[in-house]
Write a protein that binds this ligand. Structure first.
Ligand SMILES: Cc1cc2nc3c(=O)[nH]c(=O)nc-3n(C[C@H](O)[C@H](O)[C@H](O)COP(=O)(O)O)c2cc1C
Length: 354
């Protein structure tokens, strides 16, 4: 059942990840290829996310971190300067590599939270590198990794993100969560699917609740299929988790965190931005991307973000077809001007109504 949206939710308290207060306990999920500085900036401007996260970085690039002191790779764009709290996520299967990069992120980059990925289902990470969700079949190794990284980060909280297991027949989340708790992690996010599902089916929130019940002090953040502010509030209230994390829906609605935060304060949900405001938002996002990557690369990168923003809007199909082929700034702006879903009805309709 969906919770009432106007009653104050006294039961919802900020999430504590070590010394970091996550208020409200609504987190922006890490998404490779998407949650870069520009996207995080947009989320931050709307407000409402208690903790933001980067894309995952490969800890094998530890060598790169050592040899390129002072340089920022694309995936750490903005990380040094931007406001806190901010979590940086990394993946690998080697405790020493992860400890080395974790220490660097904690000390030199002064991130608020170092997050470990044990949920990625992508072949390149699992089959090829025996990392991400591959490690869910080996709870002892997950525990060993967490312990090493906690030691290395020396007081900066370490968190982990998992799925329910590798496959339906290998649901290890409860055992993995217990190992993660024993190893000294400060929070665990559980995506309610097994890796073999990728994104099919539904997130199993009862299984997330079971993980929550299996640990004693480790805060648990639930994740999966939150598609509105109302759903976020309902999951938070009904599943017993300490926080909720939103991924895909925020790509088309980065204001979902602000709406959720308002509901949690017992206030009415702010309306979605108007189409004119959404148009301006896409241009603002494009500007941030181009400032970093230049207009040529920035335009190519912006195609997928523009497609996400159009999701669910009238005329989205035509817009996506066009914007996903743009090659230059001029083309991007032309497609925005002529086919981004607009509030004004097309001219022919206006004429017909006269
Ligand atoms: C494009 C994309 C990239 C993702 N990249 C990451 C990642 O780098 N690290 C991670 O832990 N999860 C990643 N995820 C998973 C999400 O963080 C989240 O667990 C999942 O999408 C379920 O949440 P949702 O139903 O709100 O989308 C990614 C998901 C998507 C769609």
């Amino acid at each position: 059942m969906i919770a009432s949206t106007t009653a104050p939710l006294n039961a919802v308290v900020p999430l504590r990840i070590g010394p970091v207060v996550v208020d409200p306990p609504v987190l922006q999920a890490p998404m490779a290829g998407y949650t870069n500085y520009a996207f995080r900036q947009v989320v931050r401007e709307f407000g409402g996310a208690g903790l933001l996260a980067t894309e995952m970085i490969a800890a094998r690039s530890a060598t790169w971190l050592e040899t390129h002191r002072g340089e920022h790779p694309d995936r750490l764009w903005g990380v040094r300067e931007e406001p806190r709290p901010l979590a940086v996520q990394m993946w690998d299967n080697d405790p020493e590599n992860l400890a080395q990069v974790g220490r660097r992120l904690a000390k030199d980059f002064q991130v608020s939270v170092v997050d470990l990925n044990f949920g990625c289902p992508v072949r390149q990470v699992t089959v090829k590198a025996h990392s991400g969700s591959w490690l869910l079949r080996d709870p002892a190794r997950v525990g060993e990794i967490v312990r090493r990284v906690v030691e290395a980060c020396d007081g900066v909280p370490v968190t982990a993100k998992i799925r329910l297991g590798c496959a339906e027949t290998c649901q290890t989340a409860v055992e993995v969560a217990q190992r993660i708790e024993e190893a000294g992690a400060s929070c665990l996010t559980v995506h309610g699917r097994v890796a073999a599902q990728f994104f099919s089916g539904h997130a199993d929130w009862e299984a997330i609740t079971a993980v929550k019940r299996s640990v004693s002090r480790l805060p648990i953040v639930g994740n999966g299929d939150i598609d509105s502010a109302e759903t976020a509030v309902a999951r938070l209230r009904e599943s017993g988790v300490d926080g909720v994390m939103i991924a895909r829906e925020s790509l088309s609605k980065p204001w979902i965190f602000a709406q959720t935060a308002a509901l949690l304060r017992g206030e009415p949900k702010p309306p979605d931005p108007s189409l004119a405001e959404q148009y301006e938002l896409v241009l603002h996002h494009y500007d941030l991307v181009c400032q970093r990557f230049g207009t040529e690369r920035g335009t190519l990168l912006m195609r997928k973000f523009a497609c996400s923003y159009a999701q669910g809007l009238p005329g989205a199909r035509e817009f996506r077809g066009r914007v996903s082929r743009v090659l230059s700034q001029a083309e991007f702006l032309e497609v925005m001007r002529t086919s981004f879903p607009s509030q004004a009805p097309p001219l022919s309709c206006q004429e017909n109504t006269k």
